[in-house]
Design a protein around this ligand. Structure first.
Ligand SMILES: [Mn+2]
Length: 335
């Protein structure tokens, strides 16, 4: 986790942004507040400079409810409306072109592709790649670019950046000193940090409780998995998620991963529209804070066709429950 992006990369990114005559910003599929916050912050700044800009993501069709109060939402366009050709295409928080979903087909029509990301598994699919694996969020990286660019972080931009920061640090549970300094800078613009956190992380519909009771009640513990470190896992079936948004489904891993008897946690989430298609969230943690012995789930996920960070990663797969769990157990044994 060293390889902090050289300052030269940041300068090149600033050069590309400052020179662009038109910009498309693409966020990853199943967007979270880090990718959307990064995209909207860039859009707000580019618009302020008079540059035509749009922001989009391939799926789902609608932005999750929790993110609809973010400033700059007016720059979001449906995937079908994203221009085929653009001067500069920026991807935010996407570890690979696959994370763009159907919008990956816009890459060839761009004069320059600028990849801004903090995933260790990033495939560097851009013309310019600014990958800072030391950044706790992509919005932190965007903040660094704005600083270098000399573009002020006003209240609306700060709101977007804070949204990604608070989400990707788990409400600052695993935020480093730089994240706390950035939070100080952003909150000093007068944004309502408490309100932003409440909207993004602390609000769920009543139906969430029933889903949780089914999904948590059927969780399994495999103490021998991952060379004896232990695995806890559960499945969220299509029927479980019927009336719920993706943010409710994504919240399950944050409860599962607190299990003390397991160093690795997994949540298998069946696609809403396709039976037997699963996206899998993986989390790991050290045996004690600072022990630095946690399983590298980015490597495990990469072996199964996905990617991510050392302690948080994911992949997409197909199969029966038995097949899914067998493949994951084998992947954990290999690591
Ligand atoms: Mn992120």
């Amino acid at each position: 986790m060293t390889a902090v992006s050289p300052a030269a990369d940041i300068c090149a990114a600033v050069g590309a942004l400052a020179a662009a005559r038109s910009v498309t910003v693409l966020c990853h599929i199943q967007p979270d507040a880090d990718t959307i916050g990064s995209g909207l912050a860039l859009a707000l700044v580019l618009h302020r400079r008079g540059v035509p800009v749009c922001v989009s993501f391939a799926e789902p069709a609608e932005l999750p409810e929790a993110m609809r109060s973010l400033p700059g939402i007016e720059f979001l366009v449906p995937a079908a409306d994203v221009p085929r050709e653009v001067d500069l295409l920026v991807t935010v928080d996407c570890g690979s072109a696959g994370r763009l979903g159907a919008l990956a087909d816009r890459l060839p029509g761009a004069g320059t592709v600028l990849v801004l990301d903090h995933h260790v598994s990033n495939t560097r699919f851009g013309t310019l790649n600014v990958i800072d694996v030391g950044a706790d969020s992509t919005t932190s990286l965007v903040a660094g670019i704005l600083r270098e660019w000399g573009e002020p972080i006003d209240r609306d931009v700060a709101h977007c950046l804070y949204a990604g920061l608070v989400t990707d640090t788990g409400c600052f549970r695993w935020g480093g000193p730089a994240s706390h300094r950035l939070a100080d800078e952003l909150l000093s613009t007068g944004i309502d940090g408490r309100g932003i956190t409440r909207a993004l992380m602390d609000t769920h519909p009543f139906a969430w409780l029933a889903m949780l009771s089914r999904v948590l009640g059927s969780a399994r513990l495999a103490p021998q998995a991952a060379h004896g470190s232990g695995l806890v896992y559960t499945f969220v079936h299509r029927a479980d998620r019927a009336d719920l948004g993706s943010e409710e489904v994504e919240s399950v891993i944050d409860i599962i991963r607190t299990t003390g008897e397991a160093a690795v946690a997994a949540v298998f989430k069946e696609a809403r529209a396709v039976a037997g298609l699963w996206s899998v969230s993986l989390r790991s943690r050290d045996s004690a804070v600072g022990a630095d012995d946690g399983v590298d789930v980015a490597r495990v996920a990469a072996g199964l066709g996905g990617g991510g960070h050392r302690f948080a990663a994911g992949y997409t797969t197909r199969g029966t429950e038995d097949e899914l769990i067998a493949a994951l157990l084998a992947g954990l044994e290999r690591d």
